[in-house]
Every structure is written in structure tokens, then in C-alpha cells.
Design a binder for this molecule. Structure first.
Ligand code: ADP
Ligand code: MG
Length: 680
């Protein structure tokens, strides 16, 4: 499109080069950072706003976030003793005084400033090496700043383009915002263009906030719509129905040494109903650690297998796969269901794969080894994924694609990480959910206590002695496998050594993710047979491992984990008849954080997940969830009110099929979200 006509026939999907001031060179840099179209460009929002209206005089400066206006000189840069770190220092002065400024790894600052010009510096004034300094401030040429509104948007620098370049560039397109078309039907016409405009050119903090609220709503709308559309797609797929057989269920339950909890029965029932349908089940079974998900999975597997379908269970670690295998084999073999384990360490892989392909094996339990192309099934009807958030979309898809042509398997995903309701409505909106919100009878609460490292000797050692004398066992979780040169964490190896020296009579072993699978399995097996007293380990024991005789869990550097993760680790104990304890060790002698104190108070995984979401964001809950795809530009997944509104509006939107044709830009944009949210 010719530049001149841009204003009339606005096309957001034109190349950024169509914009004023963006030449081929700038476009190149922008494209490198994912800003390809006019739309990308307008949605490249400021990360913050600085208030330049009233910079503080240096003589009046106080610790904390500050804006000062002044000149800078004596600027030098040097390598710090620690490699990979450069320190740039200078002196900022105004009429009233001068202060020291420090930047780390920003050596370009040496060349940035002219000594005769004035700049605004925004940063934190704080104590560093015994002296107050302005730490890593942003800097903007005073003559560049339009102080009429007092607010200055700050953009993330991309390569050679710094914040002020973005500011200048977007300023050149100021008039073009007026032509931005509407995007969503659920808001007043013109809302979008106003929001984008005020996000870039706010006239007050209030207007910036209002603009960003709308843009957050837009983002949530897209996410929720994507999930709902995935659900509709799934409903178009075909699966083979698995007819329900009541007698077999009765027989199965009659053989168990315990009665299912009400929640387990309900979940199993929901699954049976799903599997009877001709559309594939797409169900998430969520239950706190120890709530008994495996038995529910066993029932589903049994039903599929006795109906002639093959079943695959994908577990994130070899240890877990082995435990599932042992438990499930015991309950399924009486039904003449052939259960096999397939992990990296399995010896007769070839044989197993052949019998999976020809259908002799009914149920394969394994790790990533299941995903290789040469693992084929003759009639895969049910896929069970344990700890589903540990796997990416592509991995899950690989397994699903192993079903017979034209058919999709039923899918049961399990997770012990409770999913806050807000995430359930958004990211997981395409799933049906069963919840095990009830623990099996007789479980004793786990007493949790925060201890400082210096209390280990006085508080923890006596506890270890007592526990082991009572023939119970201990987990000790460390952050790192190897020694940390800075000495901030105690490694698995060092901790095991220290304990061995202190308690020569105890049987102490260590376990970590870099050991060979066979070694890991061997140690885990000995631990579960009671042949190891203290198992020092990294978080590889986090998921699923079940040793009822273990009653003490110690977590070092507890402050470095998410609440959900600690809660999972803690769930490794409290599975037997003994009273159980969890000790959270914090390094240094700082006051324990509020987050950790929540763990002392609560054993409710759902509650803790909500707290975690509010305090640390969704990334902590879904650690690796699809490569940071949840990095929403602006919306917060903890904003339940906005989510509820977007949810309502999406359902309204979907009621009218014509909307999908009419709102083309919206439909075009959500494919990226569909990638994140899809399970099938
Ligand atoms: P998770 O939900 O964490 O995967 P598991 O399935 O490993 O929990 O179950 C934890 C333990 O509880 C296992 O030893 C299992 O055999 C046992 N269990 C499961 N259901 C019940 C029940 N209804 N009553 C008593 N024990 C149960
Ligand atoms: Mg489990």
C-alpha cells in the first residue's frame, strides 16, 4: 500500500515499513523482535510510565524509587571480579548536589551521554557497598521529553532501538490511531483505538490505567475464545465409544483393600460417561497429592482394555512410570489385561514395541520412550497423561496421533497441581474437569514448620534420630546436584556427605536427575523397601512417588520454590499411619516470607495455588507450560473479575456464528492462543 493512503484504508496487517519514520533498517530490527505488522507495532505497549513532572533535587533525595534531572560526568566502566559482569559508574549532578550512579552490564552507557546535556534518570536510590547510589536508572534526554502530561512511557529496548526511539517513532504515527478499527463486539465502538492511543500517549496515570484495563480484557477475551474454539474442534473429532460394564467395576472394587472416596467414585463415573461417547473424552483429573488419582486412572484403563482398546499412560519420570506400572499391574492383571513398562532403561524394547503394534499388549506405561515414532499401536483407545503440565503440546499430540486412522483416543490428563478457577476458565477452558477434593480416610495432617538453616542442629537432628529409631524414613530435598561455587545452596552430594559423617549408622543415599535411570530406579526401590533411612534428593522425587513409610520431608532453600511445588513435595509424606512432618529450611536469617508462612498454615492445595498465582503469576504454577506462552502482554491471570467478564462475553459472542466471519482480525489473532490451550 502506498504510504499516502494509509490513513484511509487502514490495514493493521500491513508491514511496519508502511509507517512514518520506519525505514528498511528500523523495520529489520523490529522484525527481529517479532514486530512485523502495523498491528504488532501499535500493540508494542510501554512497560511502564515515568512521572517527570517533579524530579527531586539531589539535596532532597531519599532512598527508594526516584527521578532526578541533571548532567552526568566521570563515567567509567570496568569488569567486575566475577566474570560476565561489567560495572559502569558515574556522577550525576544538579544545582543542589551530586550522587553516584551504577549500572551493571550496560557498558554502552559510557558512550550514551554528552556532559553538557541534561537527562532524566529514573531508578532506585539505595545502599550499595556502604554508600547510597542510584542503581541502574533508565535515562532520557531532557529535551526529548514532552513534559506537558508529565508522564513518559517507557518501552522495552529492542537491540539498537531504545525506549526513546520507540517513543519518537510512535509519536510520528500519533494521528493514525484514529483509524484503528474496532476489534470486539462486546464493547462500545471506538474503545479500542482510544485505549491504544492512551496507552502510548497517556494524559494521566488514570487514563493509562483505563487504557490498559481494556487491553487486558481484549487479551483475556482472545485466550478464552481460543480455548472454547478448541473445545468445539474436539467435539468434531470421532472416537470409538467404550461401553460401560457395571459387573466389571464391581469386581474391580471388590478386590481393593479399601473403599473409594466419594470424589473418586464421582470422577470415575464422569470418565465412564465420557468414554461412552463418540467424541473423544478431553478430561482433566485434578486432585491434591495423595487423593488417589491412580485408582481412578486404573478404572478407566480397565474399562477401555476389557472393551478391546489399548491404553497408554505417559509419566514424566522413569520412577513414576515404574510405580504406576507396579500398582496398575497388580489391579489389572486379574482382568487378563497385559500391562507393560516402557522407559529408556527397558531392555527388550524391540519385543515390547512389536507386541504393542500387533495388539498383544493391552496397556503400555512409560516415559518419553512412548513417544518415539516406532512405538505403534493397533487400536489405541485411551491415553492417560500423568502430570500433564510436564508435557508440551507437541508431545501430547504425538501420542494422540498414534490412534487408528480417522479416530482420536479418549484423553485423561491428571495433575496434582490444583488449578485456580481463573486458569480453569481461561487456559484450560477446553477441558472438562473432575476434581478429587477429598483425601482417603485416615490421613493425618502434615505438621509444617519453617526453620532457619542455623537451627538445623538443635531442631532437626534430634528429629532425625527419633524418626529413624522409630523405623520411619526421611526425604531431604536440596536445590542443586553439584556444589555451588558461591556457597549459596548446599548440594545433594554435600548434604549426603555431611549427614553420613554425622550419622555413620544411618543408611543415607542420594538421588538426582542426572543419574542413570537404572540407578535412580534402584535407589528408589530400596527406599520404598525401607532399606534407606534418609534419601537426599533433588526435586526428581516431586511427582507421584509413593512411600507410605516416609514421614519426614525436609526442603532446603525453601524460599526458592513456588508454593505449589513445595506443597507437592510435602505430599510425599503423610501417606502412612505415622504422624508426618515437613520442615522448610530458609537460608540466611531473614524473616520467613509471607508465602512460606502460608504453607505453615494451610494444607489446602487449591488455596495455595491461588496464593501462588496472585504472588508469583501463572508461570510458577505451570513452570514450563509451553515455553512461556502464558506471558500475556498485559492481562493478569489472577484478575478474576476481568476474567469472569470476558468469559461471559465470549459465550455471548459464540452464540452468533456470524461473528466469526465478521471479526476477522480477532479470529486471525487467536491461533497462537489455540496452540497453548489445546490438549488434543
Ligand atoms: P495421587 O493422587 O497423588 O496420585 P495416589 O493415586 O498415588 O495419589 O494414591 C495415594 C495412596 O493412596 C496410594 O498408596 C493409594 O493406593 C492409596 N489410595 C488410593 N485411594 C484410596 C482410598 N480410597 N482409600 C485409601 N487409600 C487409597
Ligand atoms: Mg500420582
Amino acid at each position: 500500500m502506498a504510504r499516502g493512503t494509509f490513513g484511509q484504508g487502514m490495514n493493521l496487517f500491513d508491514s511496519v515499513e508502511e509507517l512514518k519514520g520506519v525505514g528498511p533498517k528500523t523495520a529489520e530490527v523490529l522484525k527481529k523482535y517479532g514486530i512485523r505488522t502495523v498491528r504488532d507495532y501499535f500493540y508494542n505497549l510501554p512497560r511502564d510510565y515515568e512521572n517527570y513532572e517533579a524530579p527531586v533535587s539531589i539535596s532532597e533525595i531519599r532512598p527508594g524509587k526516584v527521578v532526578v534531572r541533571g548532567r552526568i560526568d566521570k563515567i567509567t566502566t570496568r569488569r567486575a571480579r566475577r566474570r560476565n559482569l561489567s560495572v559502569t559508574e558515574g556522577i550525576i549532578s544538579d544545582k543542589t548536589g551530586s550522587i553516584k550512579v551504577i549500572w551493571f552490564n550496560q557498558s554502552y552507557r559510557v558512550r550514551q551521554f554528552s556532559p553538557e546535556k541534561e537527562y532524566y534518570f529514573t531508578g532506585s536510590y539505595e545502599l550499595k557497598n556502604g554508600r547510597y547510589s542510584l542503581m541502574s536508572p533508565s535515562a532520557a534526554l531532557a529535551s526529548d521529553i514532552d513534559t506537558s502530561s508529565g508522564l513518559n512511557p517507557i518501552y522495552v529496548a529492542h537491540g539498537s532501538l531504545k525506549s526513546h526511539d520507540f517513543q519518537r517513532l510512535i509519536g510520528l504515527s500519533r494521528d493514525q490511531f484514529n483509524t484503528i478499527p474496532d476489534f470486539l463486539p462486546s464493547v462500545q465502538s471506538g474503545t479500542r483505538k482510544k485505549a491504544l492511543f492512551y496507552a502510548h500517549f497517556p494524559d494521566s496515570l488514570e487514563s493509562a490505567k483505563r487504557a490498559r484495563d481494556y487491553l487486558a480484557y481484549e487479551e483475556l477475551f482472545e485466550l478464552i475464545l481460543a480455548a472454547r474454539l478448541n473445545r468445539q474442534e474436539n467435539e468434531k473429532l470421532q472416537a470409538e465409544p467404550v461401553p460401560f460394564q457395571l459387573e466389571k467395576v464391581k469386581e474391580f472394587l471388590g478386590k481393593l483393600p479399601f473403599e473409594l472416596t466419594g470424589a473418586q467414585k464421582k470422577a470415575a463415573w464422569e470418565i465412564f460417561q465420557d468414554m461412552e461417547k463418540e467424541v473423544p473424552m478431553n478430561r482433566l483429573l485434578q486432585g491434591d497429592v495423595g487423593s488417589g488419582k491412580t485408582m481412578v486412572a486404573a478404572l478407566a484403563a480397565m474399562m477401555a482394555a476389557i472393551n478391546g482398546k489399548q491404553v497408554a499412560l505417559l509419566a514424566p519420570t522413569a520412577i513414576l512410570a515404574l510405580q504406576h506400572y507396579e500398582k496398575l499391574r497388580k489391579v489389572l492383571e486379574p482382568f487378563r489385561i497385559t500391562v507393560t513398562l516402557l522407559t529408556g532403561a527397558t531392555k527388550d524394547k524391540k519385543n515390547i514395541k512389536e507386541n504393542t503394534k500387533n495388539g498383544k499388549i493391552n496397556f503400555v506405561i512409560g516415559t518419553h520412550a512412548l513417544l518415539t515414532d516406532d512405538t505403534e499401536f493397533s487400536r489405541l483407545g485411551l491415553v492417560i497423561i500423568d502430570e500433564q503440565h510436564r508435557f508440551g503440546v507437541e508431545q501430547r499430540q504425538k501420542l494422540v496421533l498414534k490412534s487408528p486412522d480417522g479416530l482420536a483416543p479418549h484423553l485423561l490428563a491428571m495433575t496434582a497441581t490444583p488449578i485456580p478457577r481463573s486458569l480453569q476458565l481461561t487456559v484450560f477452558g477446553d477441558l472438562d474437569v473432575s476434581v478429587l477434593n477429598e483425601l482417603p480416610k485416615g490421613r493425618k495432617p502434615i505438621k509444617t514448620e519453617i526453620l532457619r538453616e542455623i537451627d538445623i542442629k538443635a531442631r532437626l537432628y534430634p528429629k532425625l534420630l527419633e524418626t529413624i529409631q522409630n523405623k520411619s524414613q526421611v526425604y531431604w530435598v536440596c536445590k542443586a546436584i553439584d556444589d555451588d561455587p558461591r556457597g549459596e545452596t548446599v548440594s545433594v552430594k554435600k548434604r549426603a556427605e555431611r549427614l553420613k559423617t554425622l550419622f555413620p549408622k544411618f543408611r543415607i543415599e542420594f538421588l538426582h536427575g542426572r543419574m542413570k535411570p537404572v540407578e535412580k530406579d534402584e535407589i528408589m526401590e530400596r527406599f520404598s523397601e525401607g532399606k534407606i533411612d534418609i534419601l537426599v534428593s533433588t526435586t526428581v522425587i516431586e511427582v507421584g512417588v509413593d512411600v507410605p513409610n516416609a514421614s519426614v520431608m525436609i526442603i532446603e532453600n525453601a524460599e526458592s520454590y513456588g508454593l505449589a511445588q513445595i506443597h507437592q513435595l510435602r505430599g510425599r509424606v503423610g501417606r502412612g499411619s505415622a504422624a508426618s512432618f515437613c520442615y522448610l529450611l530458609t537460608s540466611g536469617d531473614l524473616k520467613p516470607s509471607r508465602r512460606l508462612m502460608e504453607l505453615e498454615k494451610s494444607s489446602d492445595g487449591f488455596y495455595l495455588a491461588e496464593v501462588d498465582l496472585k504472588m508469583r503469576g501463572p508461570g510458577e504454577i505451570y513452570g514450563a507450560l509451553q515455553h512461556g506462552a502464558l506471558d500475556l502482554r498485559i492481562a493478569s491471570l489472577a484478575d478474576t473479575r476481568l476474567i469472569a467478564r470476558a468469559q461471559k462475553d465470549v459465550l455471548e459472542f459464540l452464540k452468533n456464528p456470524k461473528n466469526m466471519l465478521k471479526y476477522k482480525e480477532l479470529m486471525q489473532g487467536i491461533t497462537k492462543y489455540q496452540q497453548i490451550t489445546t490438549l488434543n
